[in-house]
Design a protein around this ligand. Sequence first.
Ligand SMILES: O=C(O)C[C@H]1C=CC(=O)O1
Length: 120
Amino acid sequence: MLFLVRMDVNIPLDMPQAMAEAIKAKERDYSQALQRKGRWRHLWRVVGEYSNYSVFDVADNDELHTVLSGLPLFPYMDIKVTPLAQHPSAVEQSSNGNGAVADSHDDPGIHMQTVPMEGK
Ligand SMILES: O=C(O)C[C@H]1C=CC(=O)O1
């Protein structure tokens, strides 16, 4: 299942800088391990904000909750989750035949394609 996740990071201003840097380093390692496993498909910075939009590819809500609550920055984040379903007008998007967006849990050889935004 694919989920769009927005994370807004709010590190307390009074947190010692060394502590903040240590948490951010752990966060980077944690996120890069999930990206290499294909669970964290996209990670984009929101321009001008300490926020990101991410796309996760996980088995279900419970796995997403486990992944998100394990983020080292989790105690300092506001997180908004949007479940994604296949759009009927999308082209070049893989489907597993039952209407669900194909993901690495269905077939490790199938990957979602980027959809050209013609005419938006
Ligand atoms: O910087 C962020 O947006 C928060 C978080 C997400 C990945 C990572 O390395 O840090």
